[in-house]
Design a protein around this ligand. Structure first.
Ligand SMILES: [Zn+2]
Length: 403
């Protein structure tokens, strides 16, 4: 039964005569019991039980990473940069060779990466795990066990991800076997480009998902009009298979290439079908290569659930990434010039799965009595400062337990 004293919470926005907005906060005592918040008040004396003095640190919602790979990383082992190769097909050939040899290191490296992202303030992971003809369900089973062992740090959901292609993987029934093993989400990968047959690939994915009552989550890297067409067909299938609220588009790079008219039209459909969009907010490469950042402010204005994710952290696909979603929120705000007080704070919804301390008009939305007692404490005066400056200090409370 932890009690937190001197916790800084948001109390509202103040607008001065010139229209400049600042954030107001105050210090509170937060009492918890059985993992829940039971009181938020100003009591400071005659407190009982286990007491932690937050000493004025700011309490904000923890981060939730809705797309991360824990099963193919160098993180937790010796440093490796990537080996030059020719795009996605070359990478797939590369991993076909090393996946079996990687198995013995997998528990240790998945654990290292999970603990690393947990320490940044993340308390939920949607984990993409390879299901392919080389490794079968072995990665799935090992990562599932690692997640069970760390359930006190992170809640989780697993995506059975056909990295080597949906059709190629299902030829031997591996995706069906993953569903029968209990995987809650069925993945997909560039159905046109990797499978070479957009319609057959989508039909296979949606048939399996419908049969087992599962959500689907596609990796989509195709840019330009072909990528936009692929997204449109996924939306069509979502409608036809009655999968409203059960489909996610990871990366969806083509959304960054859409004209304003195309984007408005697609965003309306994506919002209506409650399709989620998960993006790393990639930085455009100076050498070209067509990677565009998904225009999250426009999509959010249409009501789309856009979330910013880590994806891979120092693996054979990319040596980059710190695992810190506060950094990703900051980059997302910077790319789209969200730099005033309220816009910076609103960008945090990208990494907290929509949970914000204040509404746009300044009412306190979080935390409330009855909520799970899970907080990230950091040294900042308000959430806008967190997004802009990415403070280093992190103190984590998960369901009433100090981690
Ligand atoms: Zn991924």
């Amino acid at each position: 039964m932890l009690t937190i004293t001197n916790a800084r919470l948001h109390t509202g926005y103040h607008t001065d005569a010139a229209g400049v907005v600042t954030t107001m906060t105050d210090l509170f005592t937060i009492k918890t019991s059985e993992g829940k918040i039971v009181a938020i008040d100003h009591q400071t004396d005659e407190l009982e039980g286990d007491i932690w003095d937050a000493n004025g640190l700011l309490a904000i919602p923890t981060t939730r990473d809705l797309h991360i790979h824990l099963d193919k990383g160098h993180f937790g082992g010796p440093w490796h940069a990537v080996v030059p190769t020719n795009g996605v097909p070359g990478r797939i050939r590369e991993e076909e060779e090393f996946l079996p040899a990687f198995l013995e290191f997998l528990p240790e490296r998945a654990t290292a990466l999970l603990r690393h992202v947990s320490a940044t303030g993340t308390t939920h992971l949607r984990v993409q795990v390879n299901v392919d003809p080389v490794i079968g369900l072995q990665n799935y089973e090992i990562v599932r066990d690692v997640l069970v062992d760390h359930a006190h740090l992170v809640t989780s959901e697993l995506v059975a991800f056909p990295q080597h292609g949906t059709l190629h993987t299902e030829q031997n029934g591996w995706l069906t076997k993953a569903m029968e093993a209990g995987a809650p989400i069925l993945g997909g990968l560039d159905p046109f480009w990797i499978d070479g047959d957009l319609e057959r690939s989508l039909r296979t994915t949606f048939d399996i998902a419908a049969k087992y009552g599962r959500e689907v989550d596609f990796h989509l890297h195709t840019s330009g009009n072909l990528g936009l067409f692929e997204i449109q067909r996924i939306l069509d299938y979502t409608r036809d298979y009655d999968m409203v609220g059960k489909v996610a588009l990871s990366h969806a790079l083509a959304l960054g290439d859409a004209s304003a008219g195309q984007l408005d039209e697609l965003a309306d459909q994506i919002a209506t079908l409650q399709v989620s969009v998960f993006t790393t907010q990639p930085i455009s490469y100076a050498s070209g290569g067509g990677t565009s950042s998904v225009p999250w402010p426009t999509l959010m204005a249409h009501g789309v659930r856009v979330r910013v994710i880590n994806d891979n952290i120092n693996d054979h696909w990319s040596p980059f990434g710190t695992g810190d979603l506060l950094e990703r929120a900051s980059r997302s705000a910077e790319i789209w010039r969200q730099s005033d007080e309220k816009s910076l704070a609103a960008a945090y919804a990208l990494v907290s799965d929509g949970v914000l301390p204040l509404s746009d008009s300044g009412e306190r939305l979080w935390p409330n009595v009855g909520d799970e007692a899970t907080f990230l404490f950091t040294n900042a005066s308000c959430l806008s400062e967190v997004v802009a400056r990415v403070p280093r200090q992190r103190e984590l409370i998960v369901r009433g337990v100090r981690i």
